[in-house]
Design a protein around this ligand. Structure first.
Ligand code: N2P
Length: 357
């Protein structure tokens, strides 16, 4: 009798589990940067597959990383980290290989050769590239009609003594890279000596009366448009997209890649380690790899696509600055070196110090 009761209860439990599983199967939880997905792509994917897409947003790799370590790796099916964060996610066991050994996602060979075995994911096992772009300075052209294209607009009190400005939030390595570049050590600086100098400059800069705070890149554009700050850090395509949509509000904003060097990045699709529905994630990645969808994504976002088959389909705006940096600017752009272990700890310590002291 007891045994029968137990079996009945266990059966109930099983039914509950499989019910939950079928609800999971019908859903794709996408955790993405804000303003980074064409809603029409989601609609068309939902109609074609019957999978419902639920999207949540973050504004920096640091925010993504901390959500994943706090259990998010079991909540989301698909994420979009930047290149140099991929090794950190692999090392922390937060993402899983995209496909079973020996299998490849359909459409993967549409990707340009230079993006197929990148140093952040040498076998291409964990990621598929999404879009690429550059980070630079966004500023008010009424305040500075013709500024010298330098990080000095942020770091040199003689260049900007009075106007409110912000540094980028949530990215230790990027901000130290910009300070290193300004100090002549190169954007791709790594190690104790250049980072200590960079931290010193950030602390000094925070102490200036016109320093407003650390602000995410997407928010920095809004703050320059509203006059809250006159200069900050932003991503090239974000500004291009805003300008095209609302020239009156955003037309007075300028953007440049500082002459001392800055960051080029590739954002990549990856599946969290304990994703509830990796199958849906794979279906969506394959959907995004279709040339016409990849082109639609690039055109909507004003970012360049790594999908070679999509290139003939992208708008002209994606072939010229600021979206496609010119030759000279491209030479000044560097990928952010991947750091791990003790180096990564040192970076975090110095950043905490620089932000809070
Ligand atoms: C989204 C742009 C995010 C790109 N608006 C950052 N790598």
């Amino acid at each position: 009798m007891l045994l029968r009761q137990w079996a009945w209860l266990a059966g109930l439990g099983l039914a509950a589990v499989s019910l939950a599983a079928s609800a999971e199967e019908g859903k794709l939880r996408l955790f993405n940067w804000s303003d980074y997905m064409d809603p029409a792509i989601i609609d068309a994917f939902e109609t074609e597959t019957g999978i419902e897409v639920v999207q949540n947003y973050y504004n920096s790799n640091a925010e993504l990383f901390s959500k994943l370590t706090a259990g998010g790796d079991a909540q989301y099916d698909l994420i979009v980290p930047s290149d140099y964060f991929v090794p950190r996610l692999i090392d922390a066991g937060l993402i899983q290989p995209l496909a079973a050994e020996g299998e490849e996602l359909e459409g993967h060979d549409n990707i340009l050769a230079e993006f197929r075995a990148p140093s952040y994911d040498p076998e291409g096992d964990y990621t598929v590239p999404y879009l690429w772009g550059a980070t630079g300075i966004v500023y008010n052209t009424e305040t500075w009609p013709d500024p010298a294209p330098s990080w000095g607009l942020l770091y040199d009190p003689e260049v900007n003594a009075d106007y409110p400005f912000a540094l980028l939030k949530g990215d230790a390595q990027f901000t130290f890279g910009t300070a290193c570049a300004f100090q002549g050590a190169g954007f791709d600086c790594v190690g104790q000596a250049p980072w200590v100098e960079a931290a010193r400059l950030v602390i000094e800069t925070r102490g200036r009366d016109n320093f407003v705070g650390f602000v995410d890149a997407t928010a920095a554009i809004e703050q320059v448009a509203k006059g809250v700050i006159h200069v900050g850090v932003a991503y090239n395509g974000d500004l291009a997209g805003k300008r095209a949509g609302d020239p009156e509000t955003y037309g007075k904003l300028g953007f440049f890649i500082p002459k001392e060097g800055s960051q080029r990045w590739v954002d990549a699709l990856a599946i969290p380690a304990r994703a509830p529905n990796p199958e849906a994630a794979r279906a969506f990645i394959e959907y995004l790899l279709r040339p016409e969808i990849a082109a639609q994504l690039a055109n909507y976002n004003f970012y360049t696509t790594p999908n070679e088959a999509a290139l003939p389909l992208v708008n002209d705006a994606l072939r010229e600055p600021p979206v496609m940096p010119d030759e000279a600017a491209r030479e000044r752009l560097h990928f952010t070196p991947s750091v791990s272990g003790e180096e990564l700890e040192l970076l975090q310590e110095l950043w905490n110090e620089a932000r809070s002291r």
